[in-house]
Write a protein that binds this ligand. Structure first.
Ligand SMILES: Cc1cc2nc3c(=O)[nH]c(=O)nc-3n(C[C@H](O)[C@H](O)[C@H](O)COP(=O)(O)OP(=O)(O)OC[C@H]3O[C@@H](n4cnc5c(N)ncnc54)[C@H](O)[C@@H]3O)c2cc1C
Length: 443
């Protein structure tokens, strides 16, 4: 089959890899000159299989005033006149019930575990240099109430197969000596041995190389996708800045570019970009950088050692739909990230030589990706991975490949289907209906 994969981020590339491995004629179309130059470029590096609890939970309501008023809060909401922003925020608030949050955690854990298994399978077959480490992860809490809530979540997740340990402050520093400067402020931490870290850009590049060199996938970088051409209820071709490509199947993995492409077809996907920031510092010989992957829950900042660099990432800005994946980002937010990181790990690396970056997580209100079918029988989605795209890439790619190939996926995909998962709390005006007039317009 001729299959077009739209988007050359970690999601599109892993999808192309599994499809090409099955012997299909796969073409990946990407607007940047290289793969992985969107949100997958300099993320937090966490393969965070057991830390999938969504942002949407009941504690959000108590934190809202702080998020709205403080300029230093880890989550910053800048209201705009955009209908899209309000619609997404209302759908997000509807997801903030204990029942929704628990169901989402359960569903994402299953996807996370499957992703870890699929990454293993991929790495058994391919040599991909991406600073991959089975680092374990320690999430530290400064506030005793927040630590107590984390222990409750740990007990819930234990029933779902997660092996985690609660540590007191002393044990946290024993596990990760670089936390020494913070010892007096720690309430405790949750340690998960099975968590991993790696460089998402290196992974994306390596998988792209395997897909093209071993399995014959074709990359079309530097190519903008303008529209989908629909005829007789199916996608006939993809219209690009370099001409038209006919395809038997099309998989959309455009991250934040998804809505603009699908809206003219009457398909309104509930995605909103949540901006975040990262810093990458060189680690010098005498530096005391953490070797366990650490999350500072108070500031919502993650730390991952990637080779001889330390990746520091965090913050969520709900600030509009203009996407900027830049090396400079927002100077104020990057300065705040650097200050908070330096307070936590004063000797972790060369802060003066830090490289800053900002990117936007393509997020659904629930925090779950949207995987699988659309009302058009040969159009498939693999989008909306929010803060977990690197973690969930291998599972999502493998499951969508199964669907495209007509097989029953190893994991039930109902919770991630467009009709159910992403829309549980979302406006029904975003129903998965392909309007006939929209289909005609693009024919
Ligand atoms: C600060 C930050 C930290 C993060 N930390 C982590 C982490 O630690 N662990 C984790 O699992 N996840 C993390 N994430 C989330 C993760 O990075 C994303 O979920 C993931 O990169 C999304 O991948 P994607 O392929 O869907 O999107 P992208 O990487 O953005 O890929 C989509 C591609 O589509 C292309 N495209 C879009 N529109 C068009 C068009 N019209 N024509 C042609 N090409 C187009 C884009 O150029 C882009 O390359 C983080 C995100 C941020 C911002």
């Amino acid at each position: 089959m001729r299959i077009c994969v739209l988007g050359g981020g970690v999601i599109g590339i892993t999808t192309a890899y599994w499809l090409a491995r099955e012997g299909h004629e796969v073409t990946v179309i990407e607007q940047h000159d290289e793969v992985g130059h969107g949100t997958s470029f300099a993320n937090g590096g966490q393969l965070s299989y057991s830390y999938v609890a969504p942002l949407a939970d009941p504690s959000v309501f108590g934190k809202l005033p702080h998020w709205l008023l403080s300029r230093t809060a880890p989550l910053r909401f800048t209201p705009s006149f955009s209908v899209d922003q309000w619609r997404w925020c209302i759908a997000f608030l509807r997801e903030c019930t204990a029942a929704c949050s628990r169901a989402t955690t359960r569903e994402l854990l299953a996807l996370g575990f499957y992703s870890q298994a699929m990454l293993r399978e991929l790495l058994d077959d391919e040599a991909i240099p991406f600073a991959h480490r089975e680092s374990g992860k320690l999430v530290v809490y400064r506030d005793p109430a927040a630590f107590a809530a984390a222990e409750r979540l740990m007990r819930y997740q234990a029933a779902l197969g997660c092996e985690q340990q609660a540590l007191n402050a002393h044990a946290c520093v024993e596990r990760e000596p670089a936390l020494g400067a913070l010892a007096s402020q720690l309430a405790g931490g949750i340690y998960t041995r099975s968590e991993e870290t790696g460089d998402c850009l290196g992974f994306t590049r390596g998988v792209a190389r395997a897909a093209t060199e071993r399995y014959g996938a074709r990359l079309m970088p530097g190519t903008r996708i303008d529209a989908l051409d629909v005829a007789q209820g199916r996608v006939r071709a993809v219209r690009t800045s370099r001409g038209e490509l006919e395809a038997d199947h099309v998989v959309v993995a455009l991250g934040n570019g998804t809505r603009a492409l699908l809206k003219p077809l009457g398909l309104d996907v509930p995605l909103y970009p949540l901006t975040g920031y990262s810093l990458t510092l060189p680690i010098r010989g005498t530096d005391l950088a953490p070797s366990v992957s650490v999350t500072d829950a108070h500031h919502k900042i993650v730390y991952a050692r990637l080779g001889d660099s330390l990746r520091i990432a965090g913050m969520v800005d709900v600030a509009g739909t203009r996407i900027e994946h830049t090396a400079h980002g927002n100077a104020d937010r990057l300065a705040l990230l650097a200050r908070q990181a330096r307070e936590t790990f004063p000797h972790a690396g060369d802060y003066a030589a830090a490289r800053g970056w900002s990117g936007a997580r393509p997020a659904t209100p629930s925090g779950k990706p949207i995987l699988g079918a659309t009302p058009l029988p040969n159009l498939w989605l693999n989008v909306g991975h929010g803060a977990l795209g690197f973690t969930l890439a291998c599972a999502s790619a493998r499951l969508v490949t199964d669907l495209v190939c007509g097989r029953t996926p190893a994991l039930a995909l109902d919770p991630f289907s467009w009709a159910y998962g992403a829309l549980r709390g979302a406006s029904r005006s975003a129903s998965p209906v392909l309007h006939d007039d929209a289909a005609r317009r693009t024919t």
